[in-house]
Design a protein around this ligand. Structure first.
Ligand code: GDP
Ligand code: IMO
Ligand code: MG
Length: 429
């Protein structure tokens, strides 16, 4: 069997969690392969909203294993809180949640370092979620990190103290900031008990055996491809490989085992935090999208920056990920708009370009627009592609033809049920 992949094609928050929850019923295992509690994946089930940060979005499906893979960085405090919130909703994770021994631990001092480093950057700050992601991945690649499996080993306490000491030394190099280390450390130590009770596994063997026995696996991405450490809008990115390639290293999957790649994109575009955003709308349209789409961060509550869909960027991330199917979300947010736009190229240096420039941070690109008539009607009653208003169908068809990838799912609301599955005649390029 192959591992199917679902990931975001923009700057995160494309609606990945909702789609994974819907698709999960077709799989036996859902696995997160990178990122950490910087993610916020929202699921609306029977009118109740849940936001998952660390636990994969298949957790609401019975008889399905959810794996936190080795590529994830894990904060036991967040994990414990999530487990507790799920238990309050009568979802008991004990038999359904597995943690890779090789997943790295986020220490309280990683969060402290994140906050100190961001604060020192002043106006050039990245807009990190301050969950300790960057410092934890730095310790991983610097070969200093603590892994989840280490909590069962002798000498863990000493290794923790040594790493903390190193962090405190680094923190002393930054201007002082507020951080109640003693309180955070107490919570962290207590939360390790929850982690100790979870089943830890060698995820790479578990997945290999599962695939060999015919089980179906879905890899769930966090963040979005434009936040990828290598190909995103560096340095305004996260610290992991968010693209399909990250599935191989973040779960121990061989490249030829990758199957379908579901690329999720909003029908418009958002970004939270700093960095370039060529199609950003700093006007009433942007305000409209923020309000209609409830565009406020699931993890930090910050208002998300909003703009039109950017097709040169989507072409780029489709190329990087090998996307085989597009999932278009939040199309309902544009129901009341009389005109919709999409960037189809960039003008800079006196020329029209279809590629993304190396220095998108520095080059002022002038997007070239294609304009569409809005459908100006509700979509709630539409259960099939054919029932969508003609203007809405034309918009989707244009995207398919421009991007050379079929749109196979259209999401028309936050609930599980608001999803139109569509067979497309467009063949992948
Ligand atoms: P993720 O990080 O990619 O899982 O996305 P988030 O959960 O951070 O943000 C997506 C937001 O849009 C959440 O509040 C979802 O409940 C909501 N959402 C998802 N799909 C749709 C949709 O098709 N229409 C509308 N209106 N909201 C949606
Ligand atoms: P999901 O999985 C949107 C952004 C932050 C910041 C940058 C670096 O919900 O789509 P970090 O905390 O990783 O050091 O922040 O990346 N960011 C996200 N934006 N959705 C996310 O996750 C994000 N995770 C990180 O806002 O700009
Ligand atoms: Mg999110």
């Amino acid at each position: 069997m192959q591992v199917d992949v679902l990931l975001g094609l923009q700057w995160g928050d494309e609606g990945k969690g909702k789609i994974v929850d819907v698709l999960a019923s077709r799989y036996q295992i859902v696995a997160r392969f990178q990122g950490g509690p910087n993610a916020g994946h929202t699921l609306v089930i029977n009118g109740k909203k849940f936001v998952l940060h660390t636990i994969p979005s298949g957790i609401f499906r019975e008889n399905l294993i959810n794996l936190i893979g080795n590529g994830v960085v894990l904060d036991p405090i967040t994990l414990e809180r999530e487990i507790r919130q799920l238990a309050e909703a009568d979802v008991h994770v004990q038999d359904r949640l597995l943690v890779s021994r090789k997943a790295h631990l986020i220490l309280p001092t990683h969060r402290y370092l994140d906050a100190a480093s961001e604060s020192a950057k002043g106006s050039s700050k990245i807009g990190s979620t301050l969950k300790g992601i960057g410092p934890t991945y730095m310790d991983k690649t610097g070969r200093n990190g603590l892994r989840t499996g280490d909590i069962h080993l002798a000498g863990f306490d000493q290794r923790y103290e040594a790493l903390k000491k190193k962090h405190l030394h680094l923190i002393s190099l930054y201007p002082e900031i507020e951080f109640d280390l003693a309180a955070e450390e107490e919570k962290w130590m207590a939360s390790l008990d929850t982690l100790r009770q979870l089943k830890q596994v060698d995820g790479e063997y578990l997945l290999h055996d599962a695939l060999m026995s015919g089980q179906r696996v879905l890899a769930e991405g966090a963040q979005g491809s434009l936040l990828d450490i290598d190909f995103g809008t560096y340095p305004f990115v996260t610290s992991s490989n968010t693209i399909t390639a990250g599935v191989c290293t973040g779960l121990g999957i061989a490249p030829q085992r990758i199957g379908e790649v579901y690329g999720v994109t909003k029908a418009y575009c958002t970004r939270v935090g700093s960095g370039p955003f060529p199609t950003e709308l700093n006007d009433a349209h942007g305000e409209f999208l923020r309000k209609a789409g409830h565009e406020f961060g699931s993890t930090t509550g910050r208002p998300r920056r909003c703009g039109w869909i950017d097709l040169p960027l989507l072409k780029y991330t489709i190329m990087l990920n090998g996307v085989t199917q597009l999932v278009l979300t939040k199309i309902d947010v544009m129901n009341a708009m009389s005109e919709i736009k999409a960037a189809v190229a960039y003008q800079y240096g006196g020329k029209i370009h279809s590629n993304v420039p190396y220095d998108l941070n520095l080059v002022e690109v002038d997007p070239q627009w294609h304009s569409f008539a809005g459908w100006e009607s509700e979509l709630a009653a539409a259960n099939s592609f054919a029932e969508l208003p003609p203007a809405c169908r034309s918009y989707i068809q244009y995207l398919e033809e421009f991007l050379h990838v079929p749109v196979t799912m259209v999401s028309t609301g936050p609930e599980r049920e608001s999803l139109i599955l569509k067979e497309s005649s467009v063949q992948p390029a």
